[in-house]
Design a protein around this ligand. Structure first.
Ligand SMILES: [Fe+2]
Length: 224
């Protein structure tokens, strides 16, 4: 298989106190590594074995007979994004390109955080909360279970795991407290800025489209 085992780009205790070492150890070793191992077992000896992770997710998603592989591959991919969406001493208002585009899309950083929190709160059950680049603008997107924006042509800029295993040890069932810790102490805007700057349409990125926010407008929520 051409897919390297997942890694976390910092030490398990580096996100404390916002996210405990125990949470990261259990999350990484008991969830993402398990998904990786099961994915590897399922593709071994098949025509899927040599695909890179992105292609494995895209190829298996439309085929119900391959959804066993898809679910594990998507979970590996989603978690890879999630680890990089956080950093030690992260959090706070977006800066750089992300700051510009958040103000253009949502009106203000505070408005963005309100919509982000509301999208997390409104989602029932397990899933993922994303900030993606779609058709020239930022969008807040929610996906259920292991579904991923990768298969929709969106560029994922930030991922927040909404499965209870991501926050139960630290916050029990208080998802809102977990989202607050992510926004105020963990979010890695440098990672999102690098991804955004790497997109092909850099010329467009330099001039954010001002999109008036209609009062009461809700963040876009995926059907999955
Ligand atoms: Fe997770």
């Amino acid at each position: 298989m051409n897919i390297e085992p997942p890694v976390i780009p910092y030490n398990f205790a580096d996100l404390e106190p916002a996210m405990s070492r125990d949470t990261l150890v259990f999350h990484f070793l008991r969830h993402q590594r398990v998904c990786f191992d099961r994915m590897r077992t399922l593709v071994r000896g098949t025509e899927l074995e040599d695909l890179p992770l992105d292609d494995l997710v895209r190829v298996t998603e439309p085929n119900p007979a391959q959804h066993g592989v898809y679910r594990y591959a998507a979970e590996v991919w989603n978690h890879n994004l999630f680890w990089r969406s956080m950093r030690p001493q992260g959090g706070g208002a977006a800066h750089g390109l992300m700051g510009e585009h958040i103000r253009a899309r949502f009106g203000s950083y505070e408005r963005f955080t309100r919509d982000f929190r509301e999208a997390a709160s409104a989602h029932f059950g397990s899933g993922w909360l994303w900030l993606v680049w779609r058709c020239g603008a930022l969008e807040i997107v929610v996906t259920s279970n292991s579904a991923t924006p990768l298969v929709r042509g969106d560029t994922a800029l930030l991922a927040l795991d909404l499965w209870e295993h991501a926050y139960y040890l630290d916050h029990q069932n208080r998802r809102g407290a977990y989202v607050t810790a992510f926004l105020e102490e963990l979010v890695n805007w440098d990672f999102a800025n690098r991804t955004l700057a790497g997109l092909a349409s850099v010329a467009d990125l330099r001039a954010p489209r001002v999109r008036p926010v209609v009062d009461g407008e809700r963040p876009r929520v995926s059907a999955r």
